[in-house]
Every structure is written in C-alpha cells, then in structure tokens.
Design a protein around this ligand. Structure first.
Ligand code: ZN
Length: 345
C-alpha cells in the first residue's frame, strides 16, 4: 500500500510499502480518514529519534487518527463495518504486570504507532485491536476524532492532578498539548487558566477558548499575573507542557503552597530543579506518560460540546501532499497549531 515513510532522518517519501496485516478474531480493519501531525512525528523526521527510540528502519509516521471500520474479526461484538472510529495508538501486552495493575500506558512492551520499530498510520488502512478502537458519536467529525489522542494527554494530566471545582491552573506552553490541557482543565472544573508562550498569535488564539488569560513570558511575569487574580496565593496546579528547560525549572514560582505540578512536556536535556523551592510549598510533583482509559471520556466531552477542539485545527493537507504537510509543520507559521492530513474517502 502507499504510505508516508520516514526512510531515515530528513528523508520522507510517499511510496509503496509491503505490509502483511492479518485480521485476528478480536481485531478490526480500519480505513484511515484523518491523521494529525504530532510534534513527535516531526521530531522523528528532523532528528531521526526521540531519546532511546531511534529510527533504524524505514517507518510509517502518524498516530493521531480516525477512520471507518471496513472489516471485523470473528469475535468483535461492539463494532460493525461502517462505524466511524478513532483509535488509541498504544497497545500493551494484556498480561503484563503494568496492565494488570491498571497502568497499561506504562507497559514497557507497549506497541505504539510511529514509535520505532512500529509503523504508524499515514496509509490507507490498518489492523487494530477492537478494544483500542472507539466508535465516535454521530456529531463528532473525523477531524475532531483525530484530536482525541492529544486531548487524552491533557485529560490524563488533569485527572492525575485531581483538579477540583474552582481550582486555578497555569499551563506553560501554548502548543497543541498546552492548549488541550487548558481546555481539559476547564472541563475538569478549573475556574480560570493561565497559559504562557512567547508566540503572541498562539496566545491570542488561546485567549478565545474560554476563561483563559494568555501570558507572553517575553513581556510579562507569570507569577505576578497569577498573583493578581489569586490575591497572591498562586495557582493550585501548574501544568508544564512546553518541554522548555527554563519553564520546567520555574514551575514552583507561580504555584500556591500545597499545590500540584504536572510535568507533561519532555525537555531534551536534564533540568536543574530547586528542590527547596518545591519543599517550601510542599509541592506535589507528578509526571505523566501518554494516558490510559481516557478516549471514551474525551469523545464524550467533544460530543457534549464541553470541549471544542475545532479552533485548534488550523491547517489541513491531502494525503498526496503529506511530505509538504510535514515540511510545513517543521517550519510552522506562528498562528498554526494543528496540521492534519486527510486520506481520500
Ligand atoms: Zn501525538
């Protein structure tokens, strides 16, 4: 089949690739419709790897996807041919220790689309376990369905933080994950969210998404701005979604005493943290890795209109223009947030 193949660092090709995919009894075959371009896909393209995950063989990119079921395995009961679905890209071993403990996202043997050595889904079809395939409500579009995966990251962070009604949150980084975390925090009960970035166009977009105060950290101080709204107390929760080492080290400044920090972004270098600054506030420090059991809830929030991801889908390309889509994403214009690629119907 024709697929978008990362041959090696800096070399992407739309070309034929031979894939044998047998349909197991609990699998479905899905015709892919929409795929979001993720920062990780772009990083594999420009760097050839992320941490320990190195691209050693040609790999199909793409993991944020929606599509239509075209074949079902003999034992599949909850999905039918024709169902519009979105898919969770990581499939763990069912019997692993982590899966049995209820944290299947941490299974070291998880197979995750477009993470070496596993292929992604920028191709016409894929075979996937039905258990990780979710039927979309009729009012959820394919484009929204392809946003469920990054939204799940933000929702997992908000869930782990234990957001309470009326909490005030600060999110560092107004990329797709930061914006979706802000929306998830509001849906989870936050009364107000501050979001930081250095790109004003992204902050302007974020400001239109709800009770969100944009903070351009080139000109404004986050702690001061949060302090003005909270009577000096600070934010109940700080979500670090930029991966910027300076932002990752500065999380305790805007935090309220007794508050919670969640690290979402992945700094490429080790970060020096001032432990005493955390101790002085008894900060609760959490990390997240992807998500677990979030997709149905994410679909529910989009279907009910509690979260609107459409303003974040700023650019779309056809599958035939996939390489151009990636080159665009590498040099993303400041007002762009999420690039999607649509396959022919
Ligand atoms: Zn992603």
């Amino acid at each position: 089949m024709e697929a978008l193949v990362l041959e090696r660092k800096d070399e992407l090709k739309l070309r034929d690739i031979a894939l044998v995919e047998n349909l197991g009894p609990q699998d479905v075959r899905i015709a892919i419709r929409t795929v979001g371009v993720c920062g990780s896909d772009v990083h594999y393209y420009t760097h050839g790897g992320i941490g320990p995950f190195i691209v050693r063989n040609p790999m199909i990119l793409g993991h944020e996807a929606s599509g239509t079921v075209i074949e079902t395995g003999a034992e599949v009961e909850h999905l039918c041919v024709g169902d519009r679905v979105c898919m969770e890209p990581g499939v763990p071993e069912p019997d692993s220790r982590e899966t049995r403990l209820g944290m299947y996202n941490l299974d070291p043997k998880v197979r995750f689309w477009a993470t070496p050595p596993d292929h992604g889904v920028l191709r016409p079809s894929v075979v996937h376990p039905a258990a990780f395939t979710f039927k979309m409500p009729d009012n959820v579009t394919f484009a929204e369905g392809a946003m469920i995966e990054p939204l799940a990251v933000g929702m997992h962070a908000v869930t782990k933080a234990g957001v309470k009604p009326g909490d005030v949150a600060a999110v560092s980084g107004a990329g797709p994950i930061g914006m979706l975390t802000a929306l998830a925090a509001l849906a989870g009960g936050c009364s107000h969210v501050f979001i930081t970035d250095v790109i004003q166009q992204k902050l302007d977009l974020a400001a239109g998404l709800g009770p969100i105060t944009p903070v351009n950290v080139r000109e404004q101080d986050l702690s001061e701005t949060v302090g003005e709204l909270t009577g000096g107390a600070g934010a109940d929760i700080v979500f670090e979604a930029s991966g910027n080492p300076l932002a990752a080290a500065a999380v305790f400044e805007p935090l309220a005493p007794g508050g919670t920090v969640v690290y979402i972004g992945c700094p490429v270098e080790p970060v020096a943290l001032e432990i005493v600054a955390a101790q002085a506030k008894e900060a609760r420090i959490l990390t997240i890795f992807r998500y677990a059991h979030i997709f149905p809830r994410a679909l529910g929030l989009i279907s009910s209109k509690a979260i609107d991801v459409k303003p974040l889908i700023t650019d779309d390309f056809s599958f035939a223009d996939s390489v151009a889509a990636f080159d665009y994403a590498v040099h993303m214009p400041p007002a762009s947030v999420k690039v999607q690629i649509n396959l022919p119907v």
